[in-house]
Structures are given as C-alpha cells and as structure tokens.
Design a protein around this ligand. Structure first.
Ligand code: CTP
Length: 398
C-alpha cells in the first residue's frame, strides 16, 4: 500500500513512543521507508539505537548537527519525504506547530516542509480536553494538518478517556489515505450519525441517548481508508471527525433530506439513532401551563425511514449498511430488520442498560449479512469502526 513512499517520522516524547517502533515496522511491511527524527523528549522514551536499527536509517536528533547539515540540511530533509508523520504528537509539539515555533529539529522540519503532515496525538485526557489544546487543534486543522486518533480508553497514567495514541495499524491506514493510496480512494460514502431532535415547541424536544461516537468513529475510519465521506449528523455529544464533509441536521426529516442530497454514493452507512416519531402537533410557541393542571397531549407522526428509503429507492448505493439497536433477541430482530429495510448488512448491538454500550466507548456487535450472523468480540468503538470500514472496503473497492 505504501510502495516506494518515504515517510519522515517525528517521534515525540510520550509513553506512546514505544508504539512508534511497531509503526516503523508496519510502514516498512507496507512497502514504505522511514527516516526517523527523535525529539529530545522522545529520546527519553525510546533510544536512537532501537529506532535507527528498526528504520535501517540514521536517526536525526539535533538541529545544529553539522554532520547532518553537511549530509542533508533541515530544509531538504523536510522536503525529501512524501509525508511527515508525527507519532506520538504531544500537547507541547502540537502547541509548537500551531504557534509556528522552530526551536528544535522537529518543529523546524514541520515549519519548513512543503508536504502534508499527519499527526497521531497522544497525551493525558485532561491535556487533550484543555481549551488550549483544542484551540491548537482547530488552528492545525485549518492549516490542513491531518489527524489520526487519539483513541479513547485506559491510559498509561491510569485515567480513562480520549488521549491514547491511535494503534500503529490505524496510523498506517491514515498514511495510505493521506498519500491517496487507501482502498477507498475515489469512493464516496454517506454516513449518518447521532440522535435526532424532534421539537415539541421552540425550547423542548424529544431525543435519545445516542452520543454519535460510533458514527463519528466510522466516518473517520472510512476517511482513513481514502473515502470521501459525507457525514450527516444529528446533535451529537462527540465532535465530527476532521477532513469529512459535515452536514449538521436536527430532525429525522432534515436528515432524510440531507441524505437524499448527498447521493449518489458508493456506500451508505446509517449509524444514526433516528427518532421513529416526531411530534405532529408541535407548537410554534413555547407551551405554557394554563393553571388548569391539565398536561398538554402530544400527538405523534411517524418519521420517514431513511435506511429503508435509501435501500429501496432509485440510485441505491452499491452497499447499504444499517444498524440495529436492540434490547432483546438481538440476532433474530436484526435479521428480520435487514429483510424489512432492504439493506445489505445490519450491524446489530445489544443496548440493554446493563451493557453500557449506548453512550459508552465500547461496542459488542453482530454483523448480519446475506450469509448469516457473525458475532465480534466486545471492543472499542474505534476498533469496531476500523473493522467495519475494512469490510466495507472489501465489498466496494475495485
Ligand atoms: N433508521 C433510519 N430512519 C428511521 C429509523 C431508523 O434510517 N426513521 C435506521 C437507523 O439509522 C439504523 C436502522 O434504521 O441504521 C435501525 O434503526 P432502529 O431504530 O433500530 O430500527 P426501527 O426501524 O426503529 O425498528 P424497531 O422499531 O423495530 O426497533
């Protein structure tokens, strides 16, 4: 996948630096070559010897290293690669990048390069969520920097949340996509995600507990395989991924219209938890208590079924994937749902409260296809997304 591609790999200082060794191996396995750059902090976590031995290359460390200036200047070094990859990218390195600092070799290369930059952030969850880091990320996204991860999960520091560096395999996928070599290059995939909000009046609405985490992870995984992704999202708790076309919607009817407008597509993946009903007698003004003690009576109307419409409609994508959130007889209900909705696959999950899946970070899914049911072990939503994206690529690539 990376045949002949040259990757300049900047290894920052974080506990995840050890995963950079596996990353080097995987890049080489995919046919690429690695020129490693180790920051001073990075060299506290992995040694130049192990990095150099694995990369089969000289490890660049210091900006004012005369030997290396004689061999190759920092400007040339920053431009001789096809892609710059920063893994792990610490909060400090991201801040330097966002601020345009050039006070060591890594930051100077990042400022001097004329190539795209892909970063794999890794840091403590509080550092990741800090407004300063989030501001820096916005700046970097605006500069066209590409991101992979961070994943959500248990961290080396014992805390839990987003901040764990993406797995090396996912970084390799993202490198492939950044270089235009992913299996979904040239394919368009529409992904729906999040809950919908159905208004009762201008200030109240009916919604559900979907966080949008699985849909966002899927959109990111499909993007990392090279797909052009249209991400139609209801009001979700998690932010949409970078480098996808985001279409924000509120209601099921808005979502149906946005999906119709996004077609044609090679695949549609409907991960949204669409409200089945809307309030038919929603009020244009805020409902007021009238003093009688009588509660207002809400009437409901059925929403359009977006999945069924896309599956059975004209211009049907080659692959249509639905989700089924069930609390009982998961496989039986999901199998029947696949038939009823006319989609190719159903990704079924058990959302009984005891599973903690709805709104949580993990998922346990069963993939229902024409050839039967396949139950996957419980894993992070990012991992489910990557596996599913890989299956989608198998089904529609070529
Ligand atoms: N879906 C949709 N439009 C709707 C309702 C659901 O596109 N109006 C999609 C969801 O995005 C999901 C799949 O259909 O991919 C299953 O949704 P679910 O709500 O679980 O199924 P229901 O149609 O509500 O079936 P049931 O009420 O029997 O659970």
């Amino acid at each position: 996948m990376l045949s002949g591609k040259r990757i300049l790999l900047i290894i920052g200082g974080g506990i995840a630096a050890y995963k950079a060794l596996e990353l080097i191996r995987l890049i080489q396995k995919a046919g690429g070559t690695v020129t490693p750059v180790l920051t001073r902090a990075g060299s506290e976590f992995v040694t130049p010897l192990s990095v150099g031995a694995l990369a089969k290359s000289r490890v660049h460390e210091a900006l004012f290293d005369l030997t290396s200036e004689a061999e190759m200047g920092h400007i040339e070094l920053s431009r001789s690669a096809d892609l710059l990859v920063v893994a792990p990218a610490t909060a400090d390195l991201l801040a330097k990048m966002a601020g345009g600092r050039a006070d060591d070799l890594a930051s100077t290369l990042l400022l001097a390069t004329d190539k795209r930059v892909l970063v794999a952030p890794a840091m403590n969850v509080r550092m990741w969520q800090h407004p300063a880091t989030q501001r820096n990320l916005d700046v970097l996204r605006g500069d066209g920097v590409l991101f992979v991860g961070p994943d959500e999960g248990e961290m080396a520091c014992g805390e839990y949340g987003p901040g764990r560096m993406a797995e090396p395999a996912a970084i390799v996928e993202a490198i492939g996509a950044a270089l235009g070599g992913g299996p979904l290059t040239g394919k368009h995939v529409v992904v729906t995600s999040g809950p919908t909000h159905e208004p009762i009046d201008p200030v109240r609405y009916i919604a559900n507990r979907s966080s949008g985490a699985q849909g966002a992870a899927l959109a990111a995984a499909l993007r990392d395989l090279g797909a052009k992704v249209t991400f139609v999202t209801g009001p979700a708790a998690v932010p949409p991924p970078a480098s996808v076309t985001v279409v924000p919607v509120e209601t099921a009817r808005d979502m149906a219209a946005a999906v119709a407008a996004a077609l044609p597509a090679d695949a549609a993946v409907m991960a949204a938890a669409v409200a089945d009903w809307r309030v038919a007698n929603s009020s244009g003004q805020k409902l007021k208590k009238d003093g009688s003690g009588k509660a207002p009576a809400l009437e409901f109307a059925e929403n359009p079924d977006i999945l069924a419409t896309v599956s059975k409609g004209p211009g049907r994508p080659r692959l249509v994937v639905g989700f089924a959130a069930e609390t009982t007889d998961v496989v039986a209900h999901a199998t029947a749902k696949r038939e009823r909705k006319g989609c190719d696959w159903i990704v079924a999950n058990d959302v009984s409260p005891a599973t903690g899946i709805m709104g949580g970070t993990e998922n346990a899914v069963t993939l229902i296809t024409a050839s039967g049911a396949e139950t996957w072990p419980r894993m992070g939503k990012d991992e489910v997304a990557r596996r599913l994206a890989a299956r989608i690529a198998e089904a529609i690539a070529g």
